[in-house]
Design a protein around this ligand. Structure first.
Ligand SMILES: *[C@@H]1O[C@H](CO)[C@@H](O)[C@H](O)[C@H]1NC(C)=O
Ligand SMILES: *[C@@H]1O[C@H](CO)[C@@H](O)[C@H](O)[C@H]1NC(C)=O
Ligand SMILES: *[C@@H]1O[C@H](CO)[C@@H](O)[C@H](O)[C@H]1NC(C)=O
Length: 235
């Protein structure tokens, strides 16, 4: 009798687990994007030997902003050994984060090499796009403000094209894909980093340069480390 009960219990648990798996499976049905998400830094696209950092940044998030200079230093230090791909991750509790993330997709479409310049411009002027600065503005005024800002950053001649970009469903879709990609990977804040596919602890808080060195140094051989040091010494 006891044995039977346990068996029933096991069967029940198995059914529950199966049911849960089905639910998870159904939820994971996102329209597959036609290409990988993200913007490669300096076009240093990863190869099989690269150490790959995936960074989820919200362009209007102060912690994302603060984490950028130390990461940039690390990229400079390790050179081509390190590849970075940035995914916009608009946090729902940051005003206009989705619009500014969409601006990154639009600018990437217009001029791939200007995307990081725009990201840095957002980081430098975040205060203009949330809180009191936009509290009483209509959505169309905010979009126009961000479109002007974007075209100033990537080149004024693009203003009309940027405005058109904001009416193109493809850029809306691309921004949703960025967000969903983060969700699929379990991202719940910004900045959020993965190294070679694995999440770094302290998701949602900025990492300083020393932490980056502590994370990356052990992944490369001592000879390579020395080469990186020397290279930077002579620069
Ligand atoms: C694209 O951006 C790069 C880097 O910011 C700039 O040098 C170049 O002139 C831009 N090209 C166009 C067509 O605007
Ligand atoms: C928004 O507009 C209301 C009504 O005009 C005004 O009282 C309020 O101070 C404004 N808020 C901000 C943050 O500008
Ligand atoms: C935002 O505006 C409101 C109303 O104008 C004001 O009371 C409040 O102090 C402002 N907040 C900040 C952070 O400036």
């Amino acid at each position: 009798m006891k044995f039977l009960k346990i068996q029933n219990y096991n069967t029940l648990m198995k059914s529950i687990v199966l049911l849960l798996l089905c639910v998870v499976h159904v939820n994971a049905q996102v329209t597959l994007p036609s290409k990988q998400d993200g913007f490669w830094y300096k076009n240093r696209i990863a190869n099989t030997k690269s150490i790959v950092i995936e960074a989820f940044f919200d362009p209007l998030c102060p912690d994302s902003r603060d984490s950028w200079p130390p990461l940039k230093l690390a990229l400079q230090h390790y050179g081509s050994r390190l590849s970075l791909v940035v995914h916009p991750f608009p946090l729902p509790y940051h005003d206009n984060a989705f619009i500014s993330s969409r601006a990154m997709h639009i600018s990437n479409q217009l001029n791939t090499s200007a995307t990081y310049r725009l990201l840095e411009s957002f980081f430098d002027h975040q205060g203009r796009f949330y809180g009191n600065a936009t509290f009483n503005l209509s959505r169309s005024s905010v979009v126009d403000k961000i479109a002007r800002f974007t075209s100033n950053s990537i080149g004024n001649s693009h203003y009309a094209a940027v405005k058109v970009g904001f009416t193109d469903p493809k850029t809306d879709h691309a921004t949703r894909i960025s967000f969903k990609y983060g969700c699929v990977k379990g991202v719940y804040g910004a900045p959020f980093f993965f190294v070679n596919g694995f999440p770094l602890p302290d998701g949602g808080s900025p990492l300083d340069y020393k932490t980056w060195r502590d994370v990356i140094d052990p992944l490369i051989s001592p000879e390579e480390q020395l080469r990186a040091e020397n290279l930077n010494f002579f620069l």
